[in-house]
Design a protein around this ligand. Sequence first.
Ligand code: ADP
Ligand code: MG
Ligand code: ZN
Length: 501
Amino acid sequence: MGDFNNYEAVIGLEVHTQLLTKTKMFCSCPNIFGKEPNSAVCPVCLGLPGALPVINLEGVRLAVKAALALNIGINKKSLFARKNYFYPDLPKGYQISQYLDPVSSDGYLSVKTDGTEKKIRINRLHIEEDAGKLIHAGSRSYVDLNRAGTPLVEIVSEPDLSSAAEAVEYLKNLREILVYLEVSDGNMEEGSFRCDANVSVRRKGEDKLGTRAEIKNVNSFKFVQKAIEYEIERQIEITLAGGKVVQETRLFDSKTNTTRPMRGKEEAHDYRYFEEPDLPPLILDDEFIGEVKKSITELPRAKREKYVSKYKLTEYDAEALTKDKEIARYFEDLIDKNNGRVEIKKLANWVVNDLLFGLKSITSIGKPANKEVIEKAISELTHVGADNFLELILEVESGNINKNTGNTVLLEMLKDPNKRAAEIIKEENLAQVSDDKGIEEVISRVLSENPKELEAYFAGKDKLFGFFVGEVMKKSKGKANPKKVNEMLRGYLESLKKGGN
Ligand code: ADP
Ligand code: MG
Ligand code: ZN
């Protein structure tokens, strides 16, 4: 039999994600979450006899957008099919889905794990509708059909993943792309991005796939990780003990971090698919596909790579700046408006270290990545317009105020986004207060930017003193008191000389 290390895991993921359309996939009911139960329903999504579905073009557009971003081939002709099964939250007795001819097939998503790049093949992305929801309360169950008919795409990977960590990386990448493209809100708690994990194990070196178990509807990255880890261990243990893994659907229990059977053994489950007689084939032309292609903005990964290679930012900064689309947009806006005046690296520092940190302090984020808090921070951030923030940066970079004062001003700006940096500086007399420090900073900058002159000065070329004064005055935009500059410069040079000897 051997031990654990002789076995490897094989994982394939099925992801369902809700599309950000205004209306449902086949009727004009609003696509909403969390409203009064059964308040967004009509004869079509209630499945009343005689009601006819109509394809939501916006849903098709978003599906095609996602497919293109995931390198999945678009099929110009695809078909809708009925997937038949009985469930109380499915009044029609079938779900409209795509089966034999999906809207797109054969793609991949590149995932970085352990520093190496791996292409995870994607079998297909197809369009379907969500079912309603059962609400269990005490001994009763209720049916809410608001979700019935919500547009979904299902994205099915090939079994190319080989660890829980890899699976999570794939999901994070996938989700990030969908959210960036505004195809989906990616909200896992609300179920708009959910995953079924298919897991099997086999002896290393074996080609044949083992029997898989499917873990249904895992709704957080952490749970996916735990569920897959547990499942791999369970299956290897069974195999090592001479048993056989059965093909079944399992549920993850987040209290115990284990999985347990949900439905009995599924023979190839028979949904009796057949072509949806109430809908025509979906035909897409080059023009439509071309238009959708044009609407695809730069993806996060490409952004990160650009930030590192073109803007010379660290991986850390690139990551922080691209994690959220709004932050990236803000940063790029800043670069545009800056128009080469301040080094991009410095702009990045301002955003990552000062602005985001400032937001954290006033929204008391403190701890990382609480979605609500981050969202609040971002809405505040976009309130402090990039041009206003840039004004502040320039005030500091030109030496008008020092960095500490800059941060004070920034906090003021965050509290009251309508206030301009200059206004705050003037009102609170900040430029005056920081004068000494400000001048000293400018002096230090002028001297370090002119090392040759400095050397010549120390070698006896006294005339250069006037040159330094001129530079300091220029840099402080004439605001500095010339007498003070003279005094401070002399003192500074003295101390340099002493320090140098
Ligand atoms: P369904 O679950 O609807 O029957 P499929 O047969 O298409 O559909 O498989 C769904 C998912 O299961 C795919 O992501 C696929 O990669 C994965 N899968 C299939 N066989 C295995 C296996 N032996 N081990 C792990 N994953 C598998
Ligand atoms: Mg499945
Ligand atoms: Zn409806």
